[in-house]
Design a protein around this ligand. Structure first.
Ligand SMILES: [Fe+2]
Ligand SMILES: [Fe+2]
Length: 330
């Protein structure tokens, strides 16, 4: 794994400590509080230490594994990475249209781009930093293991869920196949209907999207029927739907919950903010708790202390061999 430029001096010590996963189980602190100490850390991640942050010891709201309060994740109003994040969403919200998404389904649906194993795809993510993510500035392969290990700690008997955590962002290899990041990463939203307020930066980034002037696409239900089910909704194109297609095409032997979680894990306006419920079926509502459960680990295991991938690879290879072995079509 290429770790060039990633090793902050303080992180050497952090990597030796087991993660405090129990903290993930605590109820979220809903109130956003700005602490000078944590603000400084957000600006200068190199000064953050695992045990050396007194604010993490003393304040109960600092509960996620990084020593960062849950309320400090997904901050779209300020932060060191905000300009990069905003630019990615501005492009996404300008260019993701019904026509664009249909074209991408046709292009990637047949999975005829290349053949590679899951592990090879994962290693490709060593080369990808997600430009839509305000909380992460290291390659996505580490995030895959962080998510999977968090799930493994909380759900030791569900090995398929551990694997789902490892796989959930694998569709981001699209960015290494030549797709711009705005067509790969970030939160998703339905195209072909009115944009709901919880979509990130929705008040300023859709002005140049041709679909917003379409009389059908700009209504509440747009081109859909109420209750039609998310499986019948065209989501903005990205790594969720692509990975779902790869899993289907290659007949992954995972439970349907895994397919569903991966397909909709970036649909924050729905699973976190409760928008777009008018499009949902009963099946979507049955699956929602699973999506939320994955999200807990997807989001709150993000931390600068990077996992020891060499040590973990054997376990995850055994899950790959069990559920999605060999060379796959991408
Ligand atoms: Fe993702
Ligand atoms: Fe993720």
């Amino acid at each position: 794994m290429n770790q060039t430029g990633l090793q902050h001096p303080t992180n050497q010590a952090q990597m030796q400590h087991p993660m405090n996963w129990a903290r993930l189980q605590h109820p979220t602190n809903q109130v956003r509080v700005q602490h000078p100490a944590s603000w400084a850390q957000a600006q200068h991640p190199t000064i953050r230490t695992w045990e050396g942050d007194p604010s993490g010891e003393q304040r109960p709201e600092l509960e996620a594994v990084s020593g960062k309060a849950k309320s400090e994740y997904r901050n779209y109003t300020q932060g060191r990475l905000l300009d990069r994040v905003y630019s990615t969403y501005a492009l996404m919200h300008t260019h993701q249209t019904v026509e664009f998404v249909r074209r991408k389904h046709a292009e990637y649906g047949p999975c005829r781009l290349r053949k590679m194993s899951v592990m090879e795809a994962l290693e490709l993510l060593d080369n990808l930093v997600d430009e839509s993510d305000p909380d992460v500035d290291f390659p996505n392969s580490y995030h895959a293991y962080q998510t999977a290990e968090g799930i493994r700690q909380a759900h030791p008997d569900r090995d398929w869920f551990h694997l789902a955590g490892l796989l959930h962002d694998l569709g981001k290899v699209l960015a290494l196949f030549g797709e711009p990041q705005w067509a790969v990463v970030g939160d998703t939203f339905p195209v072909g209907c009115k944009v709901q307020p919880s979509v990130v930066f929705s008040d300023s980034t859709f002005r140049d999207n041709p679909d917003t002037g379409d009389p059908l696409y700009s209504t509440e239900c747009g081109m859909y029927q109420p209750g039609c089910g998310l499986e019948n909704v065209l989501m903005s194109w990205g790594h969720d739907e692509y990975m779902y297609k790869v899993m289907k095409f290659n007949n992954f032997s995972l439970p349907k919950e895994a397919f569903y979680m991966i397909r909709f894990h970036s649909f924050y306006p729905w699973h976190t903010h409760g928008d777009y419920m008018h499009l949902c079926s009963e099946e979507d509502l049955r699956m929602l708790p699973w999506v939320k459960e994955l999200n807990k680990f997807d989001l709150y295991t993000k931390q600068e202390a990077l996992p020891d991938v060499q040590q973990l690879r054997g376990y995850y290879q055994s899950l790959i061999d069990k559920y999605c072995p060999g060379q796959l079509c991408w």
